[in-house]
Design a protein around this ligand. Structure first.
Ligand code: BG6
Length: 483
């Protein structure tokens, strides 16, 4: 398949927090890959801005090392790296004071897209927005990119939105949820709305339930102090898993356009019913021979933060009436695997006498690690012995179907290119984020009021036993977590 790279317009991208972890791990290696693929115009510039004193040469060296360390795989050889590094500049800046702002203004060019990536703590968003305006660096055409966590509850998310709105219009704000930049996540929309096959069946008449799993093998080592204040609900569910749920559950938008898509997602979030305490299971991983316990990782021996969360929820609308959505996510689990499974209902009547097994069609969409889809169908087992039925997968691993050379851009790369193109479809709108908190806040408040203690689970498993029970009680079971 031919890769079609459409170059973006010329730009100046300023990364506040340009020496930070995200910039070094994701943003700059990603930009380098886009540069190599020919997507960046030759004159595009990236300006790192952070507290430390450094000159352009020092910054270029730092990024050279970051690309060597974090750039993906063997393809990331030194080819073109010098030309890319030439595009980088650095300004030492004081977000709260005056230092560096004049230099930054002098560096910026007219007539190119101006984008500002706030890869810093949310407490600095307001100060940065204000300085950018005060120094006339940003104007009505500029774009800002903000990272999660976007607030830690509804009140703080509203306050953040209000702060940004003082200086930027909603059409200029790009709230990143990197799950939306993942190839297969976009494929969810292509599958649903690009095929005639699925949409007629995509409702409570044919679907028994939906499962969404995002399992990770990593723990929280190294980021315990952040994670311990968030937990799985704030870190993963309120954003990534809810976005997946929206894409699975939303009504077909009339066009693939930013606000039309986001309007439909918002309706899903607003239709989510409150979750009862018995529909939530929180867990914490124990120590194992491969690593310390959650509490040790988080350096908080009395922590009640969840490193695992499973819950059952319902969407109160015609399409999904009575269809449960089961979602779960956790650290230090059995395998790294993210999957959405759409489990169809049993046949109402079987014509095959003696066949008592339960046969179900299951559409499984794997987001990672091996992107693809498979559809479980029932067929006759080949050979003699009568009509013996067996369930087999119609498997489509994208690498097999489309060729191993398909180099899908990493989520961050794609999303940054969308910022430059001015396409907000894959970014969260302010009202979406607020609606998501409005749904999760009472769940969190509920377990805090109950002094809920997370159930311990063995690292390398599928989570606590209670999570299994959440489905068993309904006569259903989770899909196996396979890497
Ligand atoms: C981040 C979370 O947003 O997503 C992390 O803060 C999590 O805790 C990560 O590990 C998972 O992303 P991915 O792309 O590896 O599935």
């Amino acid at each position: 398949m031919v890769s079609r790279v459409i170059p973006v317009d010329n730009f100046d991208l300023v990364i506040f927090g340009g020496t930070g972890d995200l910039a070094r791990r994701k943003i700059l290696p990603g930009l380098f890959r886009r540069f190599r693929s020919g997507q960046l115009p030759a004159e595009a510039r990236v300006i790192g801005a952070a507290r430390s004193e450094m000159d352009d040469a020092g910054y270029r060296q730092m990024i050279r090392e970051a690309i060597a360390e974090f750039g993906s795989e063997e393809k990331e050889d030194a080819d073109g790296i010098d030309a890319f590094l030439e595009r980088l500049h650095y300004v030492a800046i004081d977000a709260m004071g005056e230092g560096g702002w004049k230099q930054l203004r002098d560096l910026m060019r007219d007539g190119v897209v101006r984008a500002f990536y706030f890869s810093v703590a949310p407490s600095l968003f307001g100060a940065l927005a204000e300085r950018l305006h005060e120094h006339r660096i940003a104007d009505g055409e500029s774009r800002i990119v903000v990272e999660k966590p976007f607030g830690r509850d509804l009140a703080s998310a509203k306050a953040l939105n209000a702060t940004l709105a003082e200086h930027f219009d909603e059409s200029q704000i790009y709230r990143i949820d990197h799950y939306l930049g993942k190839e297969t996540v976009q494929n969810l929309m292509a599958t649903r709305f690009g095929n005639v096959l699925f949409e007629p069946l995509w409702n409570s008449h044919y679907i028994d339930h939906i499962q969404i799993t995002v399992a990770e093998t990593v723990g929280v080592t190294g980021r315990g102090s952040y994670y311990d204040k968030s937990g799985a609900m704030r870190d993963m569910v309120q954003n990534h898993l809810m976005q997946l749920l929206c894409l699975i559950a939303m009504e077909p938008p009339s066009t693939y356009d930013a606000d039309t898509v986001r309007d439909e997602k918002l309706k899903v979030i607003r239709a989510l019913q409150p979750v009862e305490p018995h529909q939530v299971v929180r867990g914490q991983y124990e120590a194992s021979q491969d690593g310390p316990s959650y509490r040790e990782d988080a350096e908080n021996p009395r922590s009640f933060t969840e490193s695992f969360l499973a819950l059952k929820c319902h969407i109160a609308n015609w399409r999904w009436a009575k269809v449960p959505f089961y979602i779960r996510t956790g650290k230090r689990m059995k395998a790294r695997s993210s999957e959405i499974a759409v489990v169809f209902k049993d046949l109402g009547h079987s014509i095959f006498e003696g066949d008592t097994a339960r046969h179900r069609n299951i559409l499984s969409i794997q987001l990672q690690p091996n992107e693809g889809m498979d559809l479980q169908v029932t067929i006759k087992e080949p050979g003699p012995g009568g009509m013996r039925l067996v369930d087999v997968p119609l498997d489509m691993t994208f690498a097999d179907a489309l060729g191993p050379d398909q180099e899908a851009p990493d989520a961050y790369e794609r999303l940054i290119m969308d910022v430059i193109r001015g396409n907000q479809t894959l970014f969260m709108r302010g009202d979406e984020v607020e609606a998501a908190w409005a749904w999760t806040d009472p769940i969190i408040e509920g377990w805090e009021a109950r002094n809920d203690v997370p159930k311990l689970y063995e690292a390398g498993t599928a989570g606590p036993e209670d999570a299994m029970m959440l489905m068993h009680r309904d006569g259903r079971r989770w899909r196996e977590i396979k890497g």
